[in-house]
Design a protein around this ligand. Sequence first.
Ligand code: 2RA
Length: 348
Amino acid sequence: PGPTLAVVGATGAVGSVMLQILSQRADVWGEIRLIASPRSAGRKLAVRGEEVEVVALTEEAFAGIDVAMFDVPDEVAARWAPIAAAAGAVVVDNSGAFRMDPEVPLVVPEVNPHAVRMRPRGIVANPNCTTLSMIVALGALHAEFGLRELVVSSYQAVSGAGRAGVDTLRQQLSLVAGTELGTSPGDVRRAVGDNTGPFPEPVALNVVPWAGSLREDGWSSEEMKVRDESRKILGLPKLPVAVTCVRVPVLTGHSLTLHARFENDVTVAKAREILATAPGVVLYDDPEAGEFPTPADVVGTDPTWVGRVRRALDDPTALELFVCGDNLRKGAALNTAQIAEVVAAEFS
Ligand code: 2RA
């Protein structure tokens, strides 16, 4: 049998997608153990067509585990990932707790798979979903053209904020559907009430230029993550990156517009060739036919979708792109599973 795998946080929004992904991909695992908070212990969840009982998160739960995936809040990962690593597991962590630790590699298998092996703490980090929704396409272009500057705007789905984000949008939509709301200042806000869930403003019939928490000088934590993580994954520690993160009324599927400036002049033909052949990327770009990716069409799929590829009007070294991907799959569970599979290959 293959190495043993623990899924920590099996009952959460990403954990549920992880169980689907583990059931769909080529099975490289021996035992799969499902771990969650004591509250969820005893529940039975389906993985690989079998019902598996969830066990409580304790030190003993990691006995005999080779690889442990973590899909839990930052503070839970910060406490428990080192415990799992000390018990002998290689941890693949999807929280923000270790991503910028210099002793923890931040890995996207299509971009920097070799980094997996440099893990002195026994922990490998999975990037944030917003970074992940663009980085495979961007990494492919960087490998050919040499990235010099990046300007990003995100259009982030509510499931990035977990089950609470999804519940909030659904509830708000039910309050505004079929009304005349959205025609006078503040009418949507009054209709949905003060409880805006994990978002600072109503998200139904709206866009909210905010994700995460406040950092220095007015930047949001999400914006800093996109910048810091892109630099680390691409190995470009000084890359100039400007980011604005925006939440939109989409359930699942993060989209981003990119302005990427490269070392030399670029052509759209070459960029299209790269994107059409890069593993994990689908080029879907035919403006004459009105074809470009949208979150409603790409939700539930694995690739990074790219459309609207143009050369910048005023800079022959820059490209403009629209990218779109499932923030719960490639943006979280799928990339974690891919990293874990790279680690699993070390056991054979
Ligand atoms: C979000 N990126 O979309 C965050 C979650 N990791 O809110």
